[in-house]
Design a protein around this ligand. Structure first.
Ligand SMILES: Cc1cc2nc3c(=O)[nH]c(=O)nc-3n(C[C@H](O)[C@H](O)[C@H](O)COP(=O)(O)O)c2cc1C
Length: 188
């Protein structure tokens, strides 16, 4: 695989934002593990709290990953506030970017999956391309304090998001570069 340096030299290092809310640190650990996986595949990553996010940065990112604690089976109020503020980017400013989600909850059966889904639905409304978790669930979900296995599944999720981001960004770059140099681009 082309290494990070080569990709950077060719001007195609995609950027991902991993946006989280976290009171006791569980969702933050998941955010860091996902960021590790993304970086391992050569993506530039910013891990950032919901309250520090600038909407312009979301527009510049190639991938946006949202993570929240499960608050009564849905995203936390701080994550919801950011989602609602992002209405100024609707419709179209986040269109066709890669989106993914993760959630931490108190335990199995407490609505962690629906929390993940609540964020995925918002990203779908923004016309983003959602990457589901490799297990088949909406996103990465960990009950309680994330253990090593759950953090490993988050890291692998980051790698999966990265691979899909690269597969979408690279052809776009090729088309842009070809257009600049006046070349014709074939579908293959
Ligand atoms: C207001 C509030 C509501 C919560 N509601 C749920 C819930 O419905 N289901 C659940 O499994 N856990 C619930 N929890 C527990 C948190 O989702 C859980 O402790 C989570 O791991 C915290 O993540 P954090 O360390 O990133 O803050 C709730 C916690 C709070 C503070």
């Amino acid at each position: 695989m082309e290494n990070r340096k080569t990709r950077k030299n060719r001007g195609i290092t995609p950027v991902a934002m991993v946006i989280y809310d976290s009171l006791s640190g569980h969702t933050l650990s998941m955010a860091r593990a996902i960021a590790r996986g993304l970086r391992q595949e050569g993506i530039k990553v910013e891990v950032i709290k919901t309250t520090d996010v600038k909407l312009d940065d979301m527009v510049k990112a190639d991938a946006i990953v949202l993570g929240s604690p499960d608050y009564f089976c849905s995203m936390s109020y701080k994550m919801k506030a950011l989602v609602d503020e992002s209405v100024v980017l609707f419709p179209g400013k986040l269109k066709d970017k890669v989106g993914a989600v993760f959630a931490s909850g108190g335990g199995i059966g407490g609505g962690i999956e629906t929390t993940a889904l609540s964020m995925a639905l918002a990203l779908l409304m923004h016309q983003m391309v959602i990457v589901g978790h490799q297990s088949g669930s909406t996103g990465a979900i960990c009950p309680g304090k994330p253990d090593d296995a759950c953090l490993e599944s988050c890291r692998e999720f980051g790698q999966r998001i990265a691979k899909i981001t690269l597969s979408l960004v690279k052809p776009k770059e090729n088309i842009k570069n070809a257009a600049k140099s006046g070349q014709r681009v074939s579908a293959g």
